[in-house]
Write a protein that binds this ligand. Structure first.
Ligand SMILES: Cc1cc2nc3c(=O)[nH]c(=O)nc-3n(C[C@H](O)[C@H](O)[C@H](O)COP(=O)(O)OP(=O)(O)OC[C@H]3O[C@@H](n4cnc5c(N)ncnc54)[C@H](O)[C@@H]3O)c2cc1C
Length: 376
């Protein structure tokens, strides 16, 4: 059997895999083994503006490693040591990406400005646009190439090998030839991404797999498996419709098999402006949250579910017309939060697509690049 030996094998060629391999290569011999160099969520998925989360690095809001670790820990799913490492290393890894050329926004004084998301008080979020994780992966891939890290592309790992209680290698199948190929190593870094099957019907790129089970079958103890987000997404193309896609107040409609169309949000909301304010809120409360059904925006996920799954209708977002046959939205009737946000963004006018053009042109371009003109 063809066999290779390295100190460390990194499985996966997303942002995590390339970054881990580059870091390790300073001290050990390392190779990347991947099912597909161009596969993975990092390179192939995103949203209106993909958010990168790190320690706050701008303005006068004091932040600290301990506070960030505490925030990660407080939700109850993250191991404390992992939370502390993630917080402590967040600056180093972020600056590395900036140095590698990922264009995170900075102001004229050189501060890496941040914004608040998911109720974070410290403006830790930043973004290089809808394709942030793609840019990150490409930059890290270039670095890995420069460092001469071997990449075994097209090798599917199907088993982790152990000698007594320690890892000693892994078994792969080379996808094209069907040949079994073994790798000997002392350590494995799993960078195989998220739980693919959970997203099978929504955003996970078709044909992509997740492989957490590999580690569990080898006896690894798991942490943090309950920490994931699920929310509204378009399926052609597969893309999250969070943030600005909701904040511009698109029309939600469903169509039956005969082409009959209806707006369904008013099945639940009695007041049109309350419905619009809730759609706005969906923008930054994007993931479904059972605690935000009546007291937040997750009721919209349930209404979409009812149309799509229970009534078997197709659900669309329409950016070409305002919802509920409103010709001119009276923005002052929205919740204060929505009104203030849209006012600051100079977006209190026109149709959803006009507002999106003002607030986030790349979010429109993104769909165009995938063959869908949401302006039509
Ligand atoms: C629509 C969408 C929007 C998102 N938005 C955000 C956001 O705004 N902010 C944020 O922080 N995160 C976001 N995420 C999550 C984020 O994209 C992922 O957590 C991250 O990209 C995972 O990176 P990774 O390198 O761990 O895995 P991936 O990039 O998924 O790479 C996994 C790699 O492992 C390989 N692989 C898998 N199994 C095997 C195997 N058995 N053998 C060999 N190779 C294997 C794959 O081929 C691939 O190369 C989003 C995810 C989606 C789907």
């Amino acid at each position: 059997m063809r066999t290779y030996s390295f100190d460390v094998i990194v499985i996966g060629s997303g942002a995590a895999g390339f970054n881990a391999a580059c870091r390790v290569s300073a001290e050990k011999s390392v190779a990347i083994v991947t099912e597909g160099r161009n596969k993975g969520t990092s390179r192939n998925t995103g949203s209106d503006k993909q958010t990168y989360y790190k320690l706050g690095l701008s303005g006068d809001m004091p932040d600290s490693v301990m506070k960030m670790a505490q925030n990660l820990f407080d939700c109850g799913c993250v191991d404390g040591d992992n939370a502390l490492c993630e917080a402590a290393l967040s600056v180093r890894n972020f600056i590395n990406l900036c140095e590698l050329g990922v264009e995170f926004p900075s102001n004229r004084y050189g501060e890496y400005v941040g914004y608040k998301t998911d109720h974070d008080l410290y403006a830790r979020a930043t973004s290089a646009g809808p394709l942030t994780s793609k840019f990150m992966t490409e930059a890290l891939e270039k670095q890995a190439d420069k460092l001469g890290i071997p990449i075994f592309d097209g090798y599917y790992v199907f088993e982790i090998l152990k000698s007594e209680d320690r890892v000693c290698g892994l078994m792969t199948i080379e996808i094209v030839s069907g040949e079994l190929v073994a790798f000997r190593c002392a350590d494995i870094i799993m960078c195989t991404g998220g739980p693919a099957v959970i997203y099978r019907d929504s955003v996970y790129p078709i044909g992509h797999t997740g492989s957490t089970g590999l580690a569990l079958m080898a006896g690894a103890k798991a942490q943090n498996l309950t920490e994931w987000q699920y929310g509204l997404a378009s399926i052609e193309p597969r893309w999250n419709v969070s943030g600005n896609y909701m904040q511009v107040l698109p029309r939600f409609l469903s169509i039956d098999k005969d082409g009959n169309e209806r707006e369904f949000l008013l099945d639940f909301f009695e007041d049109k402006y309350e419905a619009l304010s809730t759609v706005f809120l969906k923008g930054y409360q994007w993931p479904f949250d059972s605690e935000k059904i009546l007291n937040g925006s997750s009721v919209i996920d349930l209404l979409v579910y009812r149309e799509r799954v229970m009534r078997k209708r197709k659900v669309y977002l329409d950016f070409t017309r305002n919802p509920f046959k409103i010709d001119t939205i009276d923005f002052s009737k929205l919740s204060e939060e929505a009104f203030e946000y849209l006012k600051k963004a100079n977006a209190c006018f026109g149709r959803p697509i006009d507002r999106l053009e003002t607030m986030n042109q790349p979010a429109i371009e993104l769909y165009r690049s995938k063959g869908k003109d949401i302006g039509r």
